[in-house]
Each structure stands twice: as structure tokens, then as C-alpha cells.
Design a protein around this ligand. Structure first.
Ligand code: ATP
Ligand code: MG
Length: 890
């Protein structure tokens, strides 16, 4: 069975059991501060479990792209070294939201594995939660009894809280789970040790394939557990592991998911898979990492120096480095796998095929820059080794240096260890770990945020409603609030039953405004509005919050008046609509390859990042501005359609959707002139484009390979910008005494300046030559065969002094010259010695100058025949002249 068939059979199986099949969510989850990347199938359904949103269906199934490279689930260091953990993998999942529970979930798992996939029954094991006295959690006898219908008791094992109790996070839904393991060893091995001895013991052939979680509790912030009103099922099966089992392989990498990539890379490296342990690990690392890197970029997360982008950069570098060290790739190669991968997944995750060129290019540029970094790092390392610096006692490389290489150059520790070993050194692993811990602690502190439980004031039965498209003010009920402690401040989060506040999303900043308790003076300032999953959270740091909450708690039916900062919102919406016009204009002028890669829309400006490979020309920028301003003048009325079925919006209406954005079944479509701009968008917009007033691009730059950034302003900001430019011109005009032709006047000024500069230069040269003649006449002495010239000279700059020194050397043989000058109140010295004297007399200009420089309180250096120094004390000049002949002792 091919992997494609295996995936399809899973989806078909659960579809037949009444499940709704949904697409994978993008890897980068927006609106979830607790997760950097999706790491399990349930992540996109968190709201349904938390009860903040009604589920879209009681039964759902899908295959979800998951990334386990940060946080609680981090498998990165194992990847490539073992055969069954990946960075990016597909998790097949089925869910019940308050619908079926343990009985059906277990029965269906069994049916699918043994009847559809025909996995051998006698090789399967189940684990069940054994209970935990400390937590007051009972044994899951229910699951045990159900399993007994399918498995003999010796293949049902009890597991501890670590393996068989699942929690979504520090707080939230949780419950016991039952895992299904499979024994893939040879019969002879099984005769030696029974499979049950190896379950959950890290044996690569006795592995977990499927986890069924039964959510029945909620963990509170104080650690206590309360039963959930509705019980849910959440399952996750590793697709790659499943394929290995069904295809009778001993490693995930031997399946048809990875083999094409491995062969491709092996061929490029002139090797074959299975030849040596080292090259095999490298091939596995590369075949695995390209998936994580390519799919994350396709989902909109570009490699970067911080945050999620940095994680991607590190994965990319890990792959390139393995290629560099073990497969001999000294030139970019990693990006070349992208087309293969894109075709392989064309029908599963089409977002990669659609952006194949872009993704490949981003990776190529990253590779180039890392290979340069790698060279620099190798140099730093070999310099340190050559100088024997950074060495601890014996032959141990300091932890600090190892960490610097790791942190700044992306050198994994094992690479540094390898290079050190070649030079007969070892590395201070403990010292490195210490540095790493210090850094971790620092970032932990920077992020530390402690949220207390929500305090529920009123229950909501429907979805929380956003009414801000139509209203700027509303009376509303506060449903819940909580306190959040951050570094040195306390914030309060509020959730309303309905709200005019726009929560930051789609690039548009969140609203600020006020809450006032009706008929009172109780008022707090709301500084920002953000989404957490689908919850709209109003954030306040107002010192009156405590008092405000007290009043609320005394009477939970109290209503508040929620009022947004309207002027700010009006400016913001102008920038948002202008962003749509800009997007359309860019596609018109540059081409349809332009994809939005990021945006920021605030009341001050708009910023738009998009894929495009060349710097925009002035003519292009002008054309874009012209198109946008023309659309503004046409005063096109907003065409806003809410609740359009997604398919209709993208296919029938042809609206632009963004990659990496998760859309619901119903979307909002924003159109300004249906032949020009039509986008899926949840933001706020002008009623007609004329409201934007005026659009002005203020910068165009590159932010990373293949991604350009435009910053622009509109309305009042644009007007102010023009006014400031005008003022600047006015000032220049006045400075130049209001010439008729300003440009010409500036050109003339420039020409005059150039002419004068030339004149001054030639004058200075003449003066220097005259000075040279003077000192030759007045100061040249002959001591034996040696010409000694110690003199003060008047020159305009240090370069001229140097020039004179060299001229003298060419003119006079056996010369020792010490020239001193006071240039713009700064003493300068030059020492020049004929090369033959350096040899014969062992004279050294750089040593002499050090002595002389002391007199003028300065320092300097150079070579043995010529050296210079500058100082700060001109009164020392006469002492230099006195000291020089003595010092030379000729
Ligand atoms: P393991 O103990 O093997 O790391 P896990 O307990 O972390 O697995 P779960 O969080 O229960 O796994 O995830 C559900 C399923 O996803 C697992 O049964 C497994 O098949 C698969 N899985 C988990 N982590 C990975 C990974 N890094 N790469 C591939 N598949 C994985
Ligand atoms: Mg794990």
C-alpha cells in the first residue's frame, strides 16, 4: 500500500463513521500565545475543548502537519539519529466533541488497524492509565475493560502519568490516554524477549503509533482538577510510523515518503544510503529537515533572527551543516530538494507547489549566507586553536567559545567537538551547558507571564460577537476576567459578550478605548485588544482595574459601555483599505507572482511585505503610487460581503486568499472595484476609497531573500509628510537666497565647491614643497655617512607629511628623518629611515616613534622603516625635536 493510499484510507474510514474531514491548519498558529508551531492535531480545535467556541461538527478527522522542535515537545536532537522521530510529521487524528467516547474510539482504532490496514493482531499492544494517588486520579478501568474485548490481558499494560495522562498545557483540558504500540521486530528476536518488556522503552522497533486521549478533566491554575461537563476524544497517529508498519519496513526513512528524497540527495553526494552510519544520519537529517523548512516557509514563516523564524533558521542550518560535514556539500544543495517535495505533496498540501520557486529561493539565500557564516566560524575556531587562546588547562576548548560558535555561528556542539578532536583537543561540555542555561534563563525571564484562572462572571451560550464593523460603542456584559503578571506589571484581561473592539489580526492592530460601568464614574482605559484562539481579549493596565472589578463583582449583571478610540480606528481603516489597493497595484505592475508575506496596519502607517525578487525601480514605485491614488480619486464604494461560503469566495468570486492563513467555512470578502481588488479579509475598511485622501510610499527595501517591504502612509500622515518636505525645500531656498532655479543653484554651489577644493589642494601642495626645501636647507645634518633630518614642518594635513617623508627618502640616501608638525592644534610625528639603515644599523622606526609619542601624549606605530604617531599635547613638540637625535644615538 502506498503512503497516499494509507492516508486516504484513514480519511475515508472516519468519513464513513460520520466524521467531517477538514484540511490541515497552517503550521504557524496565529492568535495562540502558548504555541510557536502546531505540534499536535488538536491544536486547531483548542477552542472547542476549552468551550470558548461551539465545535463546527461533533466528529472531525484530518491529517495535520505537526512540528516538534520547541517547547514541551522537542524531538529535534533525536531526528536523524533515530528512525522514527521527525521534526515535521503528519498526525492523523479523529475527534469527538461531547459525542462518542472510549467504547467507540477504541473499537474503531482496532477495526482500522487490523481490518483495513491488516496489521497483525498479535503484534499490537495497548497501554492504559494506572492511576495516580498523589493527584487523586483513578485507574482507567473503563479503557482496560474495553481493550479486553480485543486483546489478551498480557498485551494490555498499565502506564504511569508520564506516558498515559495527557495535558494540553499548564492549565486546561486533560485526561487519561491509551496508546497503541506495535512490535516490528523479527520473530527470532521476539522469541528472546517478549514485546511487552519493550513497550515504552525506546526500542526503535517496538513503538507507539497511536494515542487516544480521553479528555474528562480540566486543570486549574492552582493545580486542582475538575471534571469536564462534556467529555471528548482526541486521537493522534503518526502517519510515517504507520506507513513503516504497513509497508513492512524497519525505519520510517525506508518508506515511500522519504526514499525518493534520500535517493536524490545521495546521488547528488555520490554516495548511497546504507553505506556508513555517518552518511546515513546526514541523509536522514536532510530528508527530514527539508520538509520542516519548506512547509513552514510555505505557511508564511520566513527564516529570521528571532522567534519562530529563528527556529526554522536553526533547522535549516542543522541540515546544511550535516551536508557540509558528512556529505561534502560545500555549495548550496538543500534548496534543490524543494521541487521534488512539492510534487510529492501536490495533492495533500498544495501550498508548497503553489509557491515552489519562492520557497526554493528563500532556502537558497539562507544556505549561501550560512555557508559564509560557516567559513567564518571555522576561521574563528582555527584562529583560536592556533593561538592557543580560549583553552582551559590541558587541551580543552573553553565552554564560552563553544557557546559563541553555537550561538553566533550556528555551530552545533558536535561539530565543534569534531574539529577540536582533529586538533587533538576536547571541549568543555559542562561550560557550554552552563552558558546555554544562562541564555535559557534569560529568555525565560523575558517571557515569563503568569496568568491566573479566568473568573467567570456570566455564562455565554453563543459565540462572542464582534460588532465593530457597524458600531464604535456598545453596552456589553463582562463574561470573564483574569489577572496576568508580566515582568514588573500586572495586566487585566476582559472578555465581553459582544464588543466593538477589533482584536489584532490580519496585520491590523487591536483597538484601544475605554470601559465605563453604566451610570457610574467607574472607567478604565483599554490599551490593546488581542485574540487568544478565538477569544477576544481586552487588555488593561489601568490602576483602577481592581476597583472596577470590585464594582462588577458586587453586581454581576452590571453592564459596561465599551467605547473604542474612534479617531485611531478611522486612521487605521484608511491604511487597511490602502493596503488592499497597494496589493492589487503591485500585482498589476510587477506580476501575479506577488504574494503577501506579512503586513502591519496601524493608525500611523502601513507596511506590506511581499514576494518579489528585484528591487523596485523608481518608475515602478511611481506607477504603483499613481494607480493607488487614481483608485482613491475614483472614490470606489466598499463592497463588503459577510458569511460567504469559502468555496464561493475563492472560486466564484475569485478573491485572493493568503497562504498560511486558516479560514473558516464562511468568510468575509472585501472588494474595491471587482476588476481590481478582492480579498478575503476580517479587517476594518473605509466606506469609499476617497476617504483615504492620499497615498504615499515612503520606503522600499528588502527584508530577506525574495521578500520586499513597502512602507506607506495615507491621509493626514501623508499630508504632513508632504508639508515637511515642502518646508525643507523652503529652508534650502531661503538659505540660497531664493534663486529662480533651485536645482541649478545647488549644482552651481557644488561645482564651486569642487573648484575651490582643487585650488586649496594645489596651494597646500606648493606650501608643503616650499617647507621641504626650507628644512633641507636649515635642518639637514651629516653624521658620518648618515643624513639626519630632525625638523618641525608646516603642512596642512597628515597625508602631506607622509608624502614629504617618502619624497625625502627617495631623494636622500642614508636618511634618518624625524618630522614633527602641528596640524590643526594636534601634534603629529613621522619617522622615516632608509631601508639599508634598517638592516645595517638595526634601526626600527616603529620603536622610535613609540618613545617620541610619549612627549606629545599620544601613540602610534608602523613598520620598521616608516612610522607615524598622533598626540594631544602640542607643547611637547620641542621636546620631541630635542629627544630625537639623542634617541638615535648615531
Ligand atoms: P514518542 O513517545 O514516541 O515520542 P509521543 O508520546 O511524543 O511519542 P504523542 O504526543 O502521543 O506521541 O503523539 C501521537 C503520535 O504521533 C504518536 O503515537 C506517534 O505515532 C506520533 N509522533 C509523535 N512524535 C513524533 C515525531 N517526532 N515524529 C513522528 N511521529 C511522531
Ligand atoms: Mg514524544
Amino acid at each position: 500500500m502506498t503512503s497516499h493510499e494509507i492516508r486516504q484510507q484513514f480519511l475515508d474510514f472516519f468519513k464513513n463513521k460520520g466524521h467531517l474531514i477538514v484540511p490541515s491548519a497552517p503550521l504557524v498558529l496565529k492568535n495562540d500565545p502558548t504555541l510557536m508551531f502546531i505540534n499536535s492535531g488538536m491544536a486547531q480545535f483548542k477552542d472547542f475543548f476549552l468551550g470558548t467556541k461551539p465545535p463546527i461538527a461533533p466528529r472531525i478527522a484530518d491529517t495535520q502537519k505537526c512540528l516538534r522542535v520547541t517547547g514541551k515537545h522537542n524531538d529535534l536532537e533525536d531526528v536523524g539519529h533515530d528512525t522514527y522521530h521527525h521534526t515535521l510529521f503528519e498526525m492523523l487524528g479523529n475527534w469527538s466533541f461531547g459525542d462518542y467516547f472510549k467504547e467507540e474510539a477504541i473499537a474503531w482504532s482496532w477495526e482500522l488497524l487490523t481490518e483495513v490496514y491488516k496489521l497483525p493482531k498479535e503484534r499490537l499492544y495497548a497501554t492504559v492509565f494506572e492511576g495516580d494517588e498523589k493527584e487523586n486520579l483513578p485507574k482507567d478501568t473503563e479503557a482496560y475493560e474495553i481493550w479486553k474485548k480485543y486483546l489478551p490481558e498480557e498485551r494490555i499494560l498499565f502506564g504511569s502519568k508520564k506516558d498515559n495522562f495527557w495535558e494540553m498545557g499548564e492549565v486546561g483540558p486533560c485526561g487519561p490516554c491509551t496508546e497503541i504500540h506495535i512490535d516490528l521486530r523479527e520473530e527470532a528476536e521476539i522469541q528472546k524477549i517478549a514485546g511487552r518488556e519493550l513497550v515504552n522503552k525506546d526500542n526503535p522497533l517496538v513503538i507507539e503509533i497511536w494515542n487516544n486521549v480521553f479528555m474528562q478533566y480540566e486543570r486549574k491554575a492552582d493545580g486542582s482538577l475538575v471534571p469536564l461537563p462534556a467529555k471528548h476524544v482526541d486521537t493522534g497517529m503518526g502517519f510515517e510510523r504507520l506507513c513503516m508498519a504497513i509497508q513492512g519496513k524497519k525505519s520510517n526513512y525506508d518508506t515511500d515518503i522519504f526514499q525518493p528524497i534520500i535517493s536524490f540527495v545521495a546521488q547528488k553526494a555520490h554516495t548511497t544510503y546504507g553505506k556508513s552510519k555517518e552518511t546515513d544520519v546526514a541523509l536522514r537529517v536532510i530528508a527530514d529537515h527539508i520538509r520542516a523548512v519548506a512547509f513552514t516557509i510555505a505557511d508564511g514563516q520566513l527564516p529570521a533572527a528571532t522567534g519562530a523564524g529563528y527556529v526554522i533558521r536553526r533547522i535549516l542550518r542543522r541540515a546544511v551543516r550535516y551536508g557540509y560535514s558528512y556529505l561534502g556539500f560545500k555549495e548550496p544543495f538543500f534548496n534543490e530538494i524543494v521541487p521534488l517535495l512539492a510534487s510529492q505533496f501536490e495533492n495533500v498540501f498544495p501550498e508548497l507547489k503553489a509557491q515552489e520557486k519562492f520557497v526554493q529561493n528563500v532556502i537558497l539565500e539562507e544556505e549561501k549566507s550560512f555557508l559564509r557564516t560557516l567559513e567564518n566560524g571555522l576561521q574563528t575556531l582555527s584562529q583560536a586553536l592556533a593561538k592557543n587562546e580560549n583553552l582551559k588547562e590541558g587541551k580543552v576548548l573553553e565552554g564560552k567559545l563553544v557557546f559563541e560558535l553555537y550561538d553566533t555561528y550556528g555551530f552545533p556542539v558536535d561539530l565543534t567537538a569534531l574539529i577540536a578532536k582533529e586538533k587533538g583537543l576536547s571541549i568543555d561540555t559542562q561550560g557550554f551547558e552552563r552558558e546555554l542555561e544562562i541564555q535559557r534563563e534569560r529568555s525565560r525571564k523575558a517571557q515569563a507571564q503568569e496568568a491566573s484562572d479566568w473568573v467567570i462572571l456570566a455564562q455565554n451560550h453563543a459565540d462572542v460577537e464582534f460588532i465593530g464593523y457597524d458600531y464604535a460603542q456598545s453596552t456589553a456584559k463582562i463574561l470573564r476576567y483574569r489577572k496576568v503578571k508580566e515582568k514588573n506589571k500586572t495586566l487585566y484581561h476582559f472578555v465581553l459578550d459582544k464588543t466593538p473592539f477589533y482584536a489584532e489580526s490580519g496585520g491590523q492592530i487591536g483597538d484601544s478605548g475605554t470601559f465605563t460601568i453604566s451610570n457610574t464614574q467607574e472607567k478604565i482605559f483599554i490599551q490593546d485588544t488581542k485574540k487568544e484562539n478565538d477569544l477576544i481579549i481586552h487588555i488593561s493596565e489601568d490602576k483602577h482595574c481592581e476597583k472596577f472589578i470590585q464594582v462588577l463583582e458586587q453586581n454581576p449583571n452590571t453592564e459596561v459601555i465599551a467605547q473604542i478610540d474612534e479617531p485611531k480606528r478611522l486612521l487605521t481603516r484608511k491604511n487597511h483599505s490602502a493596503t488592499h489597493l497597494l496589493h492589487a497595484a503591485l500585482r498589476k505592475v510587477l506580476g501575479n507572482h506577488v504574494q503577501q508575506k506579512g503586513s502591519l496596519v496601524s493608525d500611523k502607517l502601513l507596511r506590506f511585505d511581499f514576494s518579489h525578487f528585484a528591487k523596485l525601480t523608481d518608475a515602478e514605485i511611481e506607477q504603483i503610487e499613481r494607480i493607488v491614488n487614481e483608485k482613491i480619486r475614483q472614490n470606489i464604494t466598499l463592497d463588503e460581503r459577510r458569511n460567504v461560503p469559502l468555496k464561493e469566495a475563492t472560486e466564484k468570486l475569485g478573491a485572493t486568499a493568503l497562504f498560511g492563513e486558516k479560514y473558516g467555512d464562511f468568510v468575509r470578502v472585501i472588494t474595491f472595484d471587482e476588476t481590481f481588488s478582492r480579498e478575503l479579509c476580517g479587517g476594518t475598511h473605509v466606506l469609499a476609497t476617497g476617504e483615504i485622501g492620499f497615498f504615499k510610499i515612503i520606503s522600499e527595501s528588502s527584508i530577506s531573500a525574495g521578500v520586499r517591504r513597502i512602507e506607506a502612509i495615507t491621509a493626514l500622515e501623508a499630508e504632513n509628510w508632504v508639508r515637511n518636505e515642502e518646508k525643507l525645500l523652503e529652508q534650502i531656498r531661503e538659505m540660497l537666497k531664493n534663486p529662480k532655479d533651485l536645482l541649478k543653484a545647488v549644482q552651481q554651489l557644488n561645482e564651486q565647491k569642487n573648484l575651490l577644493e582643487k585650488k586649496v589642494e594645489s596651494y597646500e601642495q606648493t606650501q608643503a614643497q616650499a617647507e621641504k626645501q626650507r628644512i633641507l636647507k636649515e635642518n639637514l645634518q651629516k653624521i658620518g655617512s648618515i643624513h639626519l633630518l630632525v625638523a618641525q614642518i608646516q603642512v596642512a594635513n597628515a597625508d602631506l607629511m607622509k608624502q614629504i617623508a617618502f619624497e625625502l627618502k627617495n631623494q636622500i640616501e642614508n636618511l634618518v628623518a624625524v618630522l614633527v608638525a602641528n596640524i590643526q592644534e594636534k601634534p603629529q610625528i613621522a619617522v622615516m629611515i632608509s631601508e639599508n639603515l634598517v638592516q645595517e644599523k638595526g634601526l626600527d622606526a616603529s620603536k622610535i616613534i613609540k618613545e617620541l609619542a610619549k612627549e606629545i601624549r599620544g601613540g602610534g606605530g608602523g613598520q620598521n622603516f616608516f612610522a607615524t604617531a598622533g598626540g594631544s599635547d602640542s607643547s611637547g613638540i620641542s621636546k620631541v625635536l630635542e629627544k630625537a637625535p639623542k634617541l638615535l644615538s648615531l
